[in-house]
Design a protein around this ligand. Structure first.
Ligand code: PTJ
Length: 249
């Protein structure tokens, strides 16, 4: 609960901040996660704090890609868990892609807290507590993964990411869907599909898109995925940011 009045012009942004701070207080989010959120907010401000057409297109293509995956997986870190726990659980349920906790600033205590938090929001089994494989060529704690999860997945959905793991997953031949408000980040540049949008909008959008795509045939979903041009999406995001900068007086 907060005392932010719902008619405050920056209500949604302030509520998102509140959720991240509360994630840190509960031991779900790392303190570094606050800084990451601040960087994200700055880009969100430049984007206009809304889902722009290029972001909708990437979310639609990403939804199609997860549905087409043989073994899709949703990777969860401390920021995503604090911001959109129920929506991640929903996305997992409707796509059949399991949830796996995978942390950069890994502690076993935080992994367990995140798993419990997701389960309190309706998740069944959540992977990540007993990693039994590692991502080749990655030195950070993020390399610790589950063989039945991220390690053997063909499509990995990573809401908020650091560039190193994205690169390592791509080297393993996986398709990576990243949500990152910064179109200049290494993650955004490397991912198969880069969603330049706030996770608090992107994941709920995908939760709405997936049932619609499930109503279409496989060929349609394949077409959506193949027709998506990630480089163009990133260029459109940059144009949009530049446009907003020019308009600010
Ligand atoms: O929980 P952990 O230990 O796995 O740590 C998670 C963080 C996010 C702290 C860690 O992965 C990290 O340090 O990430 P970076 O390198 O700071 O990258 C985070 C990226 O996410 C940045 O490019 C931000 O612009 C972007 N970002 C931050 N908040 C959001 C966001 N993108 C979308 N939605 C957001 N709400």
């Amino acid at each position: 609960m907060t005392d932010i009045p719902p008619d405050h012009p920056r209500y949604l942004s302030l509520m998102t901040r509140h959720r991240i701070v509360s994630g840190v207080e509960k031991g779900i989010t790392s303190q570094e996660g606050l800084i990451a959120q601040g960087r994200g907010e700055a880009f969100d401000y430049l984007i206009g704090e809304e889902t722009l057409p290029f972001a909708y297109a990437s979310e639609y293509a990403a939804s199609a890609m997860i549905l087409l995956a043989k073994r899709g997986i949703i990777s969860v870190n401390g920021n995503a868990a604090a911001l959109i726990p129920a929506e991640l659980v929903q996305l997992s349920e409707i796509t059949g892609a399991p949830l796996e906790v995978n942390l950069f600033y890994r502690t076993e205590e935080r992994v367990l807290k995140i798993i419990k938090h997701l389960q309190a929001h309706g998740a069944g089994q959540v992977l990540g507590a007993q990693p039994d494989a590692s991502i080749p060529g990655l030195q950070s704690q993020r390399s610790k993964v589950c063989r039945d999860g991220i390690y053997s997945a063909d499509v990995v959905f990573v809401p908020l990411e650091d560039g190193d793991r994205c690169e390592a997953l791509m080297r393993m031949g996986k398709q990576v869907i990243a949500v990152d408000l910064n179109p200049l980040s290494r993650t955004a540049k490397q991912a198969t599909i880069s969603i330049v949008d706030n996770v608090v909008r992107a994941v709920p959008n995908m939760v709405k898109m997936v049932p619609k795509l499930k109503g279409k045939d496989k060929g349609y979903r394949h077409g959506v995925m193949m027709n998506f041009d990630n480089k163009k999406g990133l260029a459109d995001a940059m144009d949009s940011i530049s446009g907003h900068l020019i308009k600010i007086d």
